[in-house]
Design a protein around this ligand. Structure first.
Ligand code: DC
Length: 222
C-alpha cells in the first residue's frame, strides 16, 4: 500500500496530473475537493449561508456522503444521488471554499478520506492531505503555479465545458478562494514540512506527470 499526498491551490493541475499518475501506477485517485463541493451543494439547496458555521453544522446529520469507484472514476453520492458536474460550477467552488473553513465540516469528512486510504493505495489531492489527512504519506508534493497560469487553465477548462466565463472573473474568483483557503484557521492550504515543492508554471502536462512519477520512484522504489 502506498499513500501519495498532493496539496496546493486551485487550478494548479493537481487533479488532472494525479488522475494520470493513478492510472500509470494502478492506484486509486481521490479528489477530496469533491467532498467539500458536495457539502456546499447540500448547504445551497437548504438555503443556508455557507459561512454560517452553526447553520451549516446543524445540517450535517442529514448528509450522507458515499465515495465509490466506477471504472476507476470517483463518484460521490449525496444521500444516494450522484451529483455529476453540478458540483463543478464556479458557484459551487465558492460554496465549497466557505464550508471547508468550518471545523465541524472538516471533522465530518475526515474518516471518509482516511478510510479510502486504509483500504487502497491512493494518490489523494486537496489542501491538507500531507498535513492533516495523511501525515504519514510516503510521498508528499505541494503543487502550484503562478496565479495567472492557474487562472488561464481554469478559464480554458470552463470554456471547453461550454461555460460562459471571463478570464478576469476567473482570476479574481480564484484569488479570493485561494485567500480563503490559505488564511482560514483550521487546516489551511499549506505544504507539509516534508513536502516537495513543485511549480509547474513552465511544465506541460506530460512533463508534470513524469516529474511526479520520478518523485514517487525515488521515494518508494516503485
Ligand atoms: O480542489 P477543489 O477546487 O475541488 O476544492 C474545492 C474547495 O474545497 C477548496 O476551495 C477548498 C476546499 N478543500 C479543502 O478545504 N480541503 C481539501 N482537502 C480539498 C478541498
Amino acid at each position: 500500500m502506498i499513500k501519495i499526498a498532493i496539496d496546493g491551490p486551485g487550478g494548479a493541475g493537481k487533479s488532472t496530473v494525479a488522475k494520470a499518475v493513478a492510472a500509470r501506477l494502478g492506484i486509486v485517485y481521490v479528489d477530496t475537493g469533491a467532498l467539500y463541493r458536495t457539502v456546499g451543494y447540500y448547504v445551497k439547496q437548504a438555503g443556508v449561508d455557507p459561512r454560517d458555521a452553526e447553520g451549516v453544522s446543524a445540517l450535517l446529520p442529514d448528509i450522507k456522503i458515499e465515495v465509490k469507484y466506477e471504472d476507476g472514476t470517483q463518484k460521490v453520492y449525496l444521500n444516494g444521488k450522484d451529483l455529476g458536474d453540478a458540483i463543478r460550477t464556479p458557484e459551487m467552488s465558492m460554496y465549497a471554499s466557505a464550508v471547508s473553513a468550518i471545523g465541524s465540516v472538516r471533522a465530518f469528512l475526515l474518516d471518509t478520506q482516511r478510510d479510502i486510504a486504509k483500504k487502497n493505495s491512493v494518490i489523494m489531492d486537496g489542501r491538507d492531505i500531507g498535513t492533516v489527512i495523511l501525515p504519514d504519506a510516503e510521498v508528499k508534493i505541494f503543487m502550484t503555479a503562478s496565479p495567472e497560469c492557474r487562472a488561464k487553465r481554469r478559464y480554458k477548462e470552463l470554456i471547453a465545458k461550454g461555460v460562459d466565463a471571463k478570464y478576469e472573473d476567473v482570476l479574481a474568483e480564484m484569488n479570493e478562494r485561494d485567500k480563503n483557503d490559505s488564511t482560514r484557521e483550521i487546516a489551511p492550504t499549506m505544504a507539509a514540512a516534508d513536502a516537495i515543492f513543485m511549480d509547474n508554471s513552465d511544465m506541460d502536462f506530460d512533463e508534470n506527470v513524469e516529474a511526479v512519477i520520478a518523485i514517487v520512484k525515488e521515494k518508494t522504489g516503485k
